[in-house]
Write a protein that binds this ligand. Structure first.
Ligand SMILES: *[C@@H]1O[C@H](CO)[C@@H](O)[C@H](O)[C@H]1NC(C)=O
Ligand SMILES: *[C@@H]1O[C@H](CO)[C@@H](O)[C@H](O)[C@H]1NC(C)=O
Ligand SMILES: *[C@@H]1O[C@H](CO)[C@@H](O)[C@H](O)[C@H]1NC(C)=O
Length: 396
């Protein structure tokens, strides 16, 4: 027994767990990343009880619980909760709750991560759930939104399309980009009831189609400044806001700029669709994924002497004093259609899910320069043409 533990110890230090969701094989896959060996291997059987279209994953690392959203185009939409073994990453299903169609993103909020806020795309809805007992998920409230008339991009802005749910740095507000309405919807967390109720809206540029957003807190103490960056799917632009908290704790958003996704003066090919945005753990960089550009040629992952097309991940540095973004790097995402990616806590690894290539790739990242480097490892996830892996997340 002692011998076994000693043998396992070094592996545990360099091994990391990554969860990835994929539409085309309807599965949630657990991957074991070994940085030293450069391997990314499937661990255990794929989970198929997250339903027909598993997508967004929300991790409660402190309580070892993983929540998986299922958009449910080919079946019934649902939220599944899993116990995630801290030792092995193995998932044990705790509950499956049927929900409205098209949940696409979620965030935990409230004391002990006891609530989940969910954005729904097709059904134009915002929902809150009690997850204080992850074996018994409970719908608390739901708000449906409508549009009086279509927006400037009528085929995508025919109705409100809520696309992300982001907890603000104070933990007291949830911000929800609404792609259909060109709005960032703000919800206030009521501390005692732990309900999130509508608390106002921020208008984005017309026709922007805000998809995902991320907060950054630059500097410390009295010098700390909060910024919000919205990544807009229809305009392929990033809108920066300064966030100032008023006396009662309500954030006030002032637009600072709206720049193209590769920086001022650049453009992207027709058909490009902005996807994910992350702020690095040190709050110094913004990273974006841009779908449909096919702009980069990179070595194939199959060991053959050939190249494949890749969309980019675009990194900007954040000016702590002004919130302005400066282009740092346009790097390969590892293939086509990088819908979702995430960083590890140290910020020295990035995992990218390539929806149209059935591939998950882990890249090195230089924390100081913010630049992505070599491929650490990659794995095939998903099966069939297109609509494969759409999100990947480190378990830590
Ligand atoms: C925190 O939440 C977890 C479930 O996610 C639960 O098991 C635990 O008992 C809670 N702790 C407290 C102090 O409420
Ligand atoms: C919201 O819309 C859904 C259908 O998308 C419907 O089932 C639900 O009853 C509506 N809720 C409210 C409060 O109107
Ligand atoms: C790899 O491909 C390049 C360009 O097609 C070619 O010049 C080179 O000889 C090839 N190398 C091998 C080892 O096949």
């Amino acid at each position: 027994m002692i011998k076994r533990l000693l043998l396992l110890a070094p592996a545990a230090a360099s091994a990391q767990i990554i969860y990835a969701t994929s539409y085309n094989n309807h599965a949630l896959t657990t991957l074991n990343l070994d940085v030293a060996k450069g391997s990314l291997a499937k661990l255990g059987a794929e989970k198929t009880d997250c339903g027909s279209e598993p997508t967004w994953l929300t991790l409660d690392a402190a309580n070892s619980v993983l929540y998986c959203l299922n958009e449910g185009w080919g079946g019934a939409a649902s939220i599944t909760s899993y116990k995630a073994s801290a030792a092995s990453g193995a998932l044990e299903t705790l509950d499956i709750l049927p929900v409205l169609k098209s949940p696409v993103s979620a965030t935990l909020f409230g004391a002990n991560n006891s609530r989940l806020a969910v954005a729904y795309y097709d059904t134009s809805s915002f929902g809150t759930f009690s997850v204080s007992n992850p074996k018994d998920l409970i719908l608390l409230g739901q708000q449906n939104y409508t549009l009086a008339s279509p927006g400037p991009v009528p085929d995508r802005q025919d109705a409100p399309h809520l696309h992300d749910a982001v907890l603000d740095p104070t933990g007291k507000f949830v911000l929800v980009p609404d792609l259909g309405s060109d709005l960032l919807r703000l919800f206030k967390v009521d501390g005692s009831a732990l309900a999130a109720s509508a608390a106002g809206v921020v208008k984005t540029p017309a026709g922007a189609g805000p998809r995902h957003a991320a907060f950054a807190v630059s500097g410390r103490g009295a010098n700390a400044k909060t910024y919000l960056y919205s990544f807009n799917e229809l305009s392929n632009s990033v809108t920066g806001y300064s966030v100032v908290y008023k006396g009662d704790g309500t954030p006030e958003f002032t637009q600072l700029f709206d720049i193209p996704s590769h920086g001022p003066g650049t453009s992207v090919p027709a058909g490009t669709k902005a996807a994910e945005i992350e702020v690095s753990p040190d709050q110094k960089f913004v990273i974006l994924s841009s779908r449909g550009e096919n702009s980069l040629d990179i070595p194939a992952f199959d060991g053959s002497n050939s190249t494949i097309k890749s969309d980019p991940l675009v990194t900007f540095s954040i000016d702590a004093a002004t919130g302005k973004l400066t282009l740092v790097q346009v790097a390969p995402a590892g293939g086509r259609n990088p819908r979702g990616f995430s960083l590890n806590k140290r910020g020295d690894l990035l995992v990218s899910a390539l929806q149209d290539d059935n591939r998950v790739v882990v890249y090195q990242r230089d924390v100081r320069s913010g630049k992505l480097g070599k491929v650490v490892a990659s794995a095939t996830v998903g099966e069939g043409a297109n609509n494969g892996p759409n999100y990947a997340l480190f378990y830590e």
